[in-house]
Design a protein around this ligand. Structure first.
Ligand code: 5GP
Ligand code: MN
Length: 339
């Protein structure tokens, strides 16, 4: 995004507009934090702003300031369509291609509204009039901070904006420990605390509100953990029956794959989660160092994401999906052992 773009966006935002802000399906902390952070910011300029998520999100995000005003496309599609039809501008945040919004994609594709993309995923599609894409960024929330800074408006950041942006930076950096966390990230986070973000409370709201069942499900996942030391790989499976047994709620499996990656000498981790309703196996992949799970997922599991964190899916049963994974892995033996 260059100074011409910023000048044009400033001009565009200088009069009140109807604005829709959309994150990816199954929104995570960064998706919710960035959309709500931008929402609070735009409302300061008297825009008529609406966040629409493709579907619901985990309970551990249902405290973020402004969260109760979010519309969910899957359960409120009629109302959402009306808002999208009236939109002058649509911000698409934390995703790189319309299909990542699921059933919302056709509405976004046909909408005449001007699109502004802000995102840190690899290989974004070319649909936006203004595109702020940077794969080196820790999070879309960090990019929203830079966006506000480029507009010369950091003085507008209040406690709500600061809280939302802190939320997404914290979750997307694994609490400030992934290599994407830079000194700039820390400077921004310090600034957000100065603006009123209550760091300990935010951490508590996201990570220390587990149900007993969620911890029991984690126990089950850890029992299912398999390790392939010669391939420096570990993986976890969770069947629909296991999810049911522990009364699975959205978000309960978030972060579970990281336990596999925490094993000494393991640099590639996967979790396979059976979703009978959608008829798919949802796959989450994580790595350390130069082994790109984005490329691995694009090549074999219909997905993508970042170098060290990606998602994918399979339409064959759990058992055969895992067999496919195990049959592919030996091709990568050298790459996995040279990290
Ligand atoms: P997760 O494993 O937590 O679902 O996703 C890890 C990262 O990969 C997130 O940044 C997520 O947005 C991205 N991701 C997940 N699934 C897909 C996918 O199917 N395609 C792409 N391009 N990115 C994905
Ligand atoms: Mn993100």
């Amino acid at each position: 995004m260059d100074t011409n773009d910023i000048t044009a966006i400033k001009q565009l935002l200088s009069t009140p507009k109807n604005i829709v802000i959309v994150p990816h399906k199954n929104p995570d902390g960064d998706a919710i934090g960035s959309t709500l952070g931008l929402y609070h910011f735009l409302n300061k300029y008297n825009h008529n702003t609406q966040v629409i998520t493709p579907n619901d999100y985990p309970g551990f995000l249902k405290w973020a300031p402004g969260e109760s005003f979010i519309l969910k496309y899957d359960s409120q599609s009629e109302e959402c369509n009306k808002v999208i039809e009236k939109a002058d501008i649509i911000f698409t945040l934390d995703f790189n291609a319309f299909h990542r919004t699921g059933a919302m994609a056709p509405m976004l594709e046909t909408s005449k509204a001007l699109k502004i993309l802000i995102d840190h995923h690899q290989e974004p599609d070319d649909y936006a009039t203004f595109m702020y894409s940077d794969v080196n960024m820790s999070s879309t929330c960090e990019m929203i901070y830079h966006f506000i800074d480029m507009l010369g408006s950091t003085d507008k950041i209040d406690v709500d904006i600061a809280t939302c942006l802190y939320l997404g930076i914290m979750t997307d950096t694994g609490s400030f420990r992934f290599p994407s966390t830079t000194s700039t990230t820390h400077r921004i986070v310090a600034e957000l605390i100065d603006k009123g973000a209550k760091n300990a409370n935010i951490h508590n709201n996201v990570y220390d509100t587990n149900s007993y069942n969620r911890l029991q499900l984690l126990g089950c996942a850890l029992t299912n953990l398999k390790v392939l030391p010669e391939l420096r790989t570990a993986y976890i499976t969770l069947s629909q029956d296991e999810l049911r047994k522990f009364d699975y709620k959205k978000g309960d499996t978030e972060g579970v794959v990281n336990y596999a990656l925490s094993l000494n000498n393991i640099i590639f981790a996967a979790i396979f989660i059976e979703d009978k309703q959608e008829g798919i196996i949802k796959i989450s992949l994580r790595s350390k160092g130069g082994f790109s799970v984005n490329e691995f997922s694009r090549a074999h599991f219909n997905g993508g994401g970042h170098n060290n964190a990606a998602g994918g899916r399979s339409e064959t049963p759990l058992k055969s999906t895992v067999e496919k994974f195990l049959s592919i892995l030996p091709q990568y033996k050298n790459a996995l052992n040279h990290e």
